[in-house]
Design a protein around this ligand. Structure first.
Ligand SMILES: [Zn+2]
Length: 59
């Protein structure tokens, strides 16, 4: 169960224009070896840059 949802805003600094907020456009649950993480796809509202962020889930 993910704690993140599409459309939510996260604190993330854009690599291109350094805007400090990004909107989640896709949430991917992934199994990474023995750990489970959530891959967040997000988009900067200022320049439109798509980026992703891996957030490990705390057990
Ligand atoms: Zn940007």
């Amino acid at each position: 169960m993910s704690q993140y949802q599409v459309g939510e805003w996260i604190q993330k600094r854009c690599r291109k224009c350094f805007h400090n907020e990004s909107q989640i456009i896709k949430v991917d649950e992934k199994d990474l070896n023995e750990k489970t993480g959530t891959l967040l796809w997000c988009q900067c509202p200022e320049c439109g840059l798509n980026d992703h962020e891996l957030t490990p889930v705390e057990a």
